[in-house]
Design a protein around this ligand. Structure first.
Ligand code: S3P
Length: 167
């Protein structure tokens, strides 16, 4: 198997399947899988909702940039990011330098089906989370579109099939 030259960075909305597909892709390629949210949680010893609540979103975003910079300096791997990670120019520049950004594109209805019953996303703790998700989606799509590769997430494909599509 050809060795991976750059880190494959999974970007896109919450619920797109970045972690699940990224994990399967890493296994298929025989490389390590990393997840920026997991690294932030590990370092802070608290959950993402707790970090947002106690330290604020700006603190979370600063940690996210640090984690991306650190992981992108390491050996090429598959790196799944949180839904907001690709929005900042600084993060995109880091990713551009040592990675290939893959936008896992999914339509809003599919995203909503996947996130509606979860309570782990602080940005969706609003009076109307469906509308909040729509607004985030509208605002973010133009930035996700800057990714190097776009792969459509299909509801009828398994995680492994999605990983093969990305590969
Ligand atoms: C966020 C998405 C989350 C997590 C945090 C912020 C976002 O990750 O990083 O709650 O801004 O969209 P997932 O995309 O893995 O849910």
């Amino acid at each position: 198997m050809q060795r991976l030259k750059k880190t494959v960075v999974m970007v896109g909305m919450m619920g797109a399947g970045k972690s699940a597909v990224g994990n399967a892709l890493a296994r298929a390629l025989g490389v390590a899988f990393r997840d920026s949210d997991d690294e932030i949680v590990k370092a802070a010893s608290r959950s993402i909702p707790e970090i947002f609540e106690r330290d604020g979103e700006a603190f979370f975003r600063a940690r996210e940039t640090e984690v991306l910079a650190r992981l992108l300096r390491g050996a090429p791997c598959v790196l799944s990011t949180g839904g907001g990670a690709y929005l900042s120019e600084a993060n995109r520049a880091l990713i551009r330098e040592s990675g290939v950004a893959v936008w896992l594109r999914a339509d809003l209805d599919l995203l909503w089906q996947r996130v509606r019953h979860k309570t782990t996303r602080p940005l969706l703790r609003t009076a109307n989370p469906r509308e909040t998700l729509r607004q985030l989606y509208e605002a973010r799509v133009p930035l996700y579109s800057l990714a190097d590769i776009v792969v459509d997430s299909a509801a009828d494909l398994s995680i492994e099939e999605m990983a093969q599509k990305v590969a």
